[in-house]
Design a protein around this ligand. Structure first.
Ligand SMILES: [Ca+2]
Length: 167
């Protein structure tokens, strides 16, 4: 039996979730029943892919990884900046007409409402608009992610996106 028995898998998972704060971290390798790939010193290498859930009702959500990731491998799910009136969209954000008068409620004026914003802390690069599988401009070991909607306009949002990072 390895040091990573199922008995302490829960502890490790809880520790990881605590580490990332408000965001829920989903480890694909773990979900597929490969606890040996959970990122801990006794358990071998960190997973080659890690996914995080980013909620539309919160601003910047911070995530720490235990290895370097260089790309976004996938984005799934859906979210809306006005769940009562606009259908959920993916990382490209809303393209429906009628939102323009509300542009003051964008967090970032240069991207659409609902755009997926991913911070690249390496070298202070700043945040980028991620629309799906793509290379990151810098390798990262941590990030912060949010929806493009102002902090004071998050209350009517709905949904989430799952963002997966790879090596
Ligand atoms: Ca909103």
């Amino acid at each position: 039996m390895s040091k990573c028995s199922n008995g302490n898998l829960f502890f490790l998972t809880a520790a990881v979730i605590t580490m990332v704060g408000s965001g829920a971290l989903v480890n694909k390798a773990e979900a597929q029943g490969s606890p040996s790939e959970v990122g801990c010193p006794e358990c071998g290498p960190a997973p080659v892919e890690q996914c995080v859930r980013v909620h539309s009702e919160y601003g910047w959500q911070h995530f720490n990884f235990n290895r370097v990731y260089r790309r976004v491998t996938s984005v799934s799910g859906g979210w809306s900046v006005d769940a009562a009136n606009y259908r959920r969209v993916g990382p490209s954000g809303h393209s429906e007409p009628g939102l323009e008068p509300y542009n003051q409620y964008k967090y970032d004026q240069t991207t659409p409402f609902g755009a997926l914003l991913v911070n690249i802390p390496t070298d202070g690069y700043g945040y980028i608009w991620v629309r799906g599988n793509q290379q990151l401009p810098r390798p990262i070991t941590r990030t912060a992610i949010r929806i493009n909607d102002a902090d004071n306009a998050l209350g009517d949002n709905g949904g989430f996106l799952d963002v997966c990072f790879g090596i």
